[in-house]
Each structure stands twice: as C-alpha cells, then as structure tokens.
Design a protein around this ligand. Structure first.
Ligand SMILES: [Zn+2]
Ligand SMILES: [Zn+2]
Length: 314
C-alpha cells in the first residue's frame, strides 16, 4: 500500500525541519557535513537473541558520508535511531552507499537486503557492498528477490516519485587482503582473521583524516590483528566471557575457543596494539555481566576499555 511519505523527499527529524523552514532547503545537509570522524555502534549482538542488541554493525562517519561495517539483523533500524538521536543525516538508510562485510555468517548479513531495499525508489546512488568470496552470489540472489517487490511497487508508483527504477540493486565486490576502498576521506584495508573454519573472514583497518579504527569482525585470538591495530585510536573487538566458557562442555569450549576471543585474549591483543580505546562488541555473555567481561579484560590490561551498547557514539 502506498503511503503519503513514500516519495523521493526524505522525512527529516524536527531539528532539520526547522532549519529547512527558516533557512534553506540545502542547509541541513551542509550543516552535518564535517571532517571530524565519529564511530556509531549500530549493533553489538550475536546469533543469540537479545532484545537490546542488534546484529553487528559499525558506522564510521567522516566528511558527510557513512561507511558501514557489517549488516546484522536490526542494524538498519538502529541506523534510523542514530539518525534521529544524533541528527546524523549520513545514517538515513537510503543514503548509505558503502557497506563492508566481514564474513558471510547470517548474523552479519541479514540486513543487507533491508538496507539495499529500504525506500529504494529514492536512492541517489545504489548500495555498494564489499566482502569475501561468495558475496557476489549472495547479493545476486538478493537482487533477484528484491526485484519481485520492486516490480510490484513500480507498477503503481508515479514516475516522478522514482529517482532510480532499479535503486534496490546492490553492487557486490569480492575482496582480498589489502586496501579495498579509498577516496579523499577514508582508506579501508581488509585483513584476514582466524574465525574457525570460516574462510575467508576479514577484519578492517579504517583510516580517516583524524582517526584510525580497527574492527575485528569475528575472530579468535590473532597477533596479526594486534599488529594491524597497533597505535589505533579505537580497536573495536569481539569478545566472550572466558570465565563462563570454562564452565561449559568441552565441545563448546573447543568451538568458541577456535572461533572467538576471550576477555583475557582481548587484553593480550590490546597489550600489543596499545590503542587509545578498546570497544567490546559482538559479545557472547554466557551468563556473565557487562562488568564481568570488562573486568576480565582489565585483569591484565590497564588501558581504557568499554563494553559497547547499541547506539553508542565514539
Ligand atoms: Zn558473528
Ligand atoms: Zn561468525
């Protein structure tokens, strides 16, 4: 069913509406474009259902553009909430153009379709997705799926409301280790991380004019990752409670031990990398509290460590 605000004009939060009314229709965009880099945590969860934590997603915003890393389930809704909460026009879903995927586990990719298909008819630029081998096939099937809805909607939508008849189609680029994206504002380097039998799985080192951010994706302990994070401003690293996992069965200790990183291991990585700030995300609690897990890291690491919640900004 068509609704009143389904056209090419995007809805604006109240602050921007005031600017539009009293200043100019273009001022709201200019006012939000700035070089200072901000990191918005869009999702801190895992496949374990959690009412308060969406699937993984991290947005790096610099000079008026958002670069998003992973698209876990619920991430797009969190982007909308961040857009509203922080007046970040860059996070309006149809305006997000760049998405980088760490690996093809479902908890990291479920919202690719949500992002690419969200108000697709108003997209100025189609979504570009970068990620490991297999991504092209996944995105190809996703595009086919979205075409069914797009054909139905386009048939009943006045042409002047459609910016791009095929705006829902995402472009996929399969990547290998090295610099995978670069422009005047940002450089994105992918590096392989050990994540059990999942190959390839990538972490990302992101460099902007004023910040270096390293994102682990899903990874077990990796000295190579620690080297990539050496001197970073922010290391965003996954974590599980080692204290709690040690009480679980041998099977789960072996599985998670080969796929993920305990609090103690995050500390070991941080002691090599010495970032300004460690941000914990993709958290496997196993009944531990947030304080317990931060405590596990701080046992052997005395730098700054925080456990991220969805919508935290750094
Ligand atoms: Zn995961
Ligand atoms: Zn995974």
């Amino acid at each position: 069913m068509l609704t009143k605000n389904y056209g090419s004009l995007r809805p604006l939060p109240p602050f921007f509406l005031l600017l539009v009314v009293f200043c100019s229709p273009f001022f709201s965009h200019l006012a939000t474009a700035q070089a200072e880099t901000r990191v918005i945590i869009l999702g801190t969860g895992t496949p374990v259902p959690d009412a308060n934590r969406s699937g993984p997603g991290v947005a790096v915003i610099t000079n008026g553009e958002a670069y998003v890393f992973d698209a876990g389930g619920g991430m797009v809704k969190k982007a909308m909430q961040a857009w509203s909460k922080y007046d970040l026009a860059e996070l309006y879903p149809q305006d997000i153009k760049y998405l980088f995927i760490t690996h093809l586990h479902s908890d990291h990719i479920h919202d690719i379709a949500e992002l690419s298909g969200h108000r697709w008819w108003g997209r100025q630029q189609r979504l570009s997705v970068y990620g490991p081998k297999g991504l092209s096939e996944y995105v190809g099937h996703m595009n086919d799926m979205l075409t069914i809805e797009a054909d139905i909607r386009a048939a009943g939508t006045p042409e002047q409301l459609v910016t791009d008849r095929h705006g829902y189609l995402a472009n996929a680029t399969e990547i290998e280790d090295g610099i995978v994206f670069s422009n005047q504002d940002i450089t994105v380097e992918a590096f392989t991380v050990p994540h059990g039998e999942i190959r390839p799985a990538f972490g990302y080192r992101v460099t902007t004019a004023d910040k270096t951010i390293v994102i682990s994706g899903d990874s077990t302990y990796s000295e190579a990752l620690a080297e990539k994070a050496r001197g970073a401003d922010i290391l965003i690293h996954e974590v599980y409670s080692g204290d709690q996992l040690s009480r679980q069965s041998e099977f789960w200790q072996d599985y998670h031990g080969h796929s993920h990183t305990s609090g103690e291991q995050v500390a070991a990585i941080a002691n090599i990398a010495k970032p300004d700030l460690v941000v914990l995300y993709h958290i496997l609690f196993f009944n531990a509290s947030a304080e317990d897990i931060v405590g596990e890291v701080k046992r052997t690491y005395d730098g700054d460590v925080v456990m991220a919640n969805d919508l935290d900004m750094f």
